[in-house]
Design a protein around this ligand. Sequence first.
Ligand code: CMC
Length: 379
Amino acid sequence: KGPIEYSKGLEGVIAALSSISAIDGKNGKLIYRGIPIEMLAKYSTYEETAYLLLYGELPTKEALEKFSAQMRELRVIPKKVEECIVELPPNPHPMDILKVALAHSALYDPDRQKCCREGVMRKVIRIIAQLPTMIAYYHRARTGQEVIPPDPELSHAANFLYMLHGKKPDEEEARIFDIALILHAEHGLNASTFAAMVTASTLSDINSALLSAIGALKGPLHGGANERVLKMLDEIGSPDKAEEYVLNALKEKRRIMGFGHRVYKTYDPRAKILKEYAEYLSDKYNDRKYIEIGERIENIMIRELGKKGIFPNVDFYSGIVYQFLGIPRDLFTPVFAMARSVGWAAHVCEYTANNRIFRPRAYYIGPDYVEYVQLEKRR
Ligand code: CMC
């Protein structure tokens, strides 16, 4: 057999048409529905960005109020789901808990049987609204604390921090978290979004599609990288040890978490914004250990691999921000999931509106013919 043309990891393959977001990987630009991410980070809220992604345009004041009210109302999870979450063992990774909680909640979804647009949209908004509650409830329960019911007076971002800590965050912290959620809300056909789309393309339900996405996001090459970045910063311990650590890792062909991207061959614009907040919070709390190690790693990586297009990605500085907001490390990836749920849902809705089942092929490289040997004759 001669050489074949195929795209390992589907690199460069266009698998769908979409008007949800676009990445310019050469110039480090990202737009949601045409709006630059920097403008959304500056002026928008997670609720408004979610509306934009789901419905295709910025909401009017009235539409935003209605949508936000719906999100607030749907935050409360069914009692049975709460009982299930608080009974779950305290040791599994919270991403596994999130799968259990989401699968369980589908059984109590009042729109479960609905497949009309309104019904699906309600299911979607319910999931986006409830994932934070599930994460916070599990964390409270596993640490032996009472769960804190959602507060309908608070924004999506502030309410999560409140449910997690049992105390209302100050405005500035809530806003920084809101911005982090906006920056994670959508990113084209990344592995988790594509996983959701593949499941949805069989005309399975939205809950199953988002469960596929959560499973894909968990991996360290995708959303699981953020948690590992902090682990690495701890392992390094001080900025003067960064050089040796990075060079050793590269020599041993180990990946530095939070660097590199399939599409960006330059600085990820989300990382740029998150770095500013990581800097800001490090100064605010007069604790510059992580940011200084992080910046040292960044300089070494760009020096060593910048010419190959390896730069910090969204996961590199997000963990430092979350750490200062008091979010436990193993919740970093679940927080990514709760933010990205809107991107997953937007793509599922867009793709299935003009659906075709995903069904690629593999190029067979095995033998052409092998005789079947009876069991008793095999050695
Ligand atoms: N550290 C060291 N070398 C790297 C890294 C890294 N983080 N990323 C890529 N490379 C090298 C890689 O070894 C390869 O070198 P060579 O050509 O000599 O074999 C070259 O760069 C291309 O790498 P690749 O694996 O072909 O790139 P990919 O597009 O298949 O993978 C990636 C993209 C994000 C999985 C990869 O860059 C990676 O493993 N990064 C670390 C994990 C990470 O930070 N993931 C978060 C991604 S962004 C947010 C998200 O999606 O969750």
